[in-house]
Every structure is written in structure tokens, then in C-alpha cells.
Design a protein around this ligand. Structure first.
Ligand code: GLP
Length: 240
């Protein structure tokens, strides 16, 4: 695992955008795994600027998002589909048909998850997966537990995550208690992974990720078995 420690959030965003841009330059038809949350927003803004400036092209890119709340309508302003459209897809030349976000209203969530896995495989697998990290070490919505799921699945959210994500909703009761998420193996199958973290509230999770033992109680530590992971964090998230 390589660790890049940046001065601040802006630098984290720039470093991450540099890696994504290089990926697209080397392989214009890359398959990207994308994340939501506040952390990648700066990176998405820079990627949109680079696209506008003609430095990178999303014409042949395919994307798969890590997760979606369940139940959640795609046009709800807190859905991850809405988030991706607002923060990235509407600002770049990606074909929206090539962007895949799990359907938060799927009647048969199990089938939705199986189909999603198959679509990733059919696309040739994820070349570069972008991750954030939850305060409790979750990646996607793989929450700390006694065991973790390999494949894309429906999961319960922990109180910690519901609390952390309630800042985006009017009241905590509005936060969905379940989500569809790629599993740990779905994430580890990606050829390269970058994981972004910024701010003091991520310090414990990042310390565990870098120094801790592999444990299902901190799902991000599972990344230690992957041969090409880059942690990009700022000093506030790293200082231990
Ligand atoms: C959310 C998402 C994760 C994200 C994490 C951190 O719940 N499911 O994919 O990485 O929480 O979010 P933030 O970047 O806003 O701290």
C-alpha cells in the first residue's frame, strides 16, 4: 500500500484527479469504480475542469458506483444517482448509458446485485476504483461486522453511519437504514484502488487502515491484501 500525505483537502483532490486523469490517458475506454460522499467532490470538480479543457475524455469510459441507499428513488436529491449526475456526470462528456448506479428501488434487490456484478465482469472489470472511507472504516457500505460479504448485496447501515450521513437529510429519521453495496471481493477485483481521506474525523479509520491488522471490524483493512492500493490523505487525517 502506498500512502500519499497531502497538505490539505485541495491537494488530496488534485493528487487523486491526477491519477484518474492518467488512467484515462493510458486507457481511454477505462472502467471506473466511483464513490459518493463529500470527500471525492473536489476531485470530481477537477476532473470536470480537465475534461472541459480537453485534457481528458470520458467518451468511451464506463462507470460503476459503489453503492446506493435502499429504498431510494434515483431522482431523490439524496440518492447516489442524483449525487453522481450533479457532481460529475452532468459536467463531463460521459455517455450516461455507460454510467451504472444500483437501482435503489429494485423490487428484487438480490437480482439487482447479481446483475450488477455480471455487468462489471462483462465490461472487463474495474480498472480504477475510487474509494472514500467511513469514520468506522467502512468502504462502500461494507460496515464493520463479524463477517463481510464478498459480492454486491443488500446491507443494514450501522447507527454510526446513519448518524454521520444524517447531515445530508432534514432529520435522522429520513436516512435510509439499508443500502445496496458492492462487496469486499467486488472492490478487491479492481485492478487499482485509490482511497481518499480528509479531516480529523477520519484519523482513527486511516490509522487502522495503515497500521492495523486486517479485521472485519475495519473493512478498509481488507485493502491490505490488494497489490495496488494508494491511500491519499491530508495531514489532518494522517497525523498519528
Ligand atoms: C458514505 C459512502 C461511502 C463514503 C463514506 C464517507 O456513507 N457510502 O462510500 O466513502 O460514507 O463519506 P464522506 O466522504 O462524506 O466522509
Amino acid at each position: 500500500m502506498r500512502v500519499i500525505v497531502c497538505e490539505n483537502y485541495e491537494e488530496v483532490s488534485k493528487e487523486a484527479a491526477k491519477i484518474v486523469a492518467s488512467q484515462l490517458i493510458l486507457k481511454p475506454d477505462s472502467v471506473l469504480g466511483l464513490a459518493t460522499g463529500s470527500t471525492p467532490v473536489g476531485m470530481y470538480n477537477i476532473l470536470a475542469e480537465k475534461n472541459k479543457a480537453g485534457e481528458i475524455d470520458f467518451k468511451d469510459v464506463k462507470s460503476f458506483n459503489l453503492d446506493e441507499y435502499y429504498p431510494m428513488a434515483a431522482d431523490h436529491d439524496q440518492s447516489y444517482r442524483y449525487f453522481m449526475n450533479e457532481n460529475l456526470f452532468n459536467h463531463i462528456n460521459i455517455d450516461i448509458e455507460n454510467t451504472h448506479v444500483l437501482n435503489g428501488l429494485a423490487e428484487n434487490p438480490e437480482k439487482e446485485c447479481d446483475d450488477f456484478e455480471k455487468m462489471i465482469d462483462a465490461a472487463g472489470g474495474i480498472d480504477l476504483q475510487v474509494l472514500g472511507i467511513g469514520q468506522n472504516g467502512h468502504i462502500g457500505f461494507n460496515e464493520p461486522d463479524d463477517f463481510l460479504y464478498a459480492n454486491t448485496h443488500l446491507t443494514d447501515l450501522t447507527d454510526n453511519t446513519i448518524q454521520a450521513n444524517s447531515r445530508f437529510f432534514d432529520k435522522i429519521e429520513d436516512v435510509p437504514t439499508k443500502a445496496l453495496t458492492m462487496g469486499i471481493a467486488s472492490i478487491l477485483k479492481s485492478k487499482r484502488i485509490i482511497i481518499l481521506a480528509s479531516g480529523e474525523n477520519k484519523r482513527d479509520a486511516v490509522t487502522e487502515l495503515i497500521e492495523g491488522e486486517i479485521s472485519t471490524k475495519n473493512p478498509a483493512t481488507m485493502l491490505k491484501v490488494h497489490k495496488d492500493v494508494i491511500v491519499i490523505c491530508d495531514k489532518a487525517a494522517y497525523s498519528k
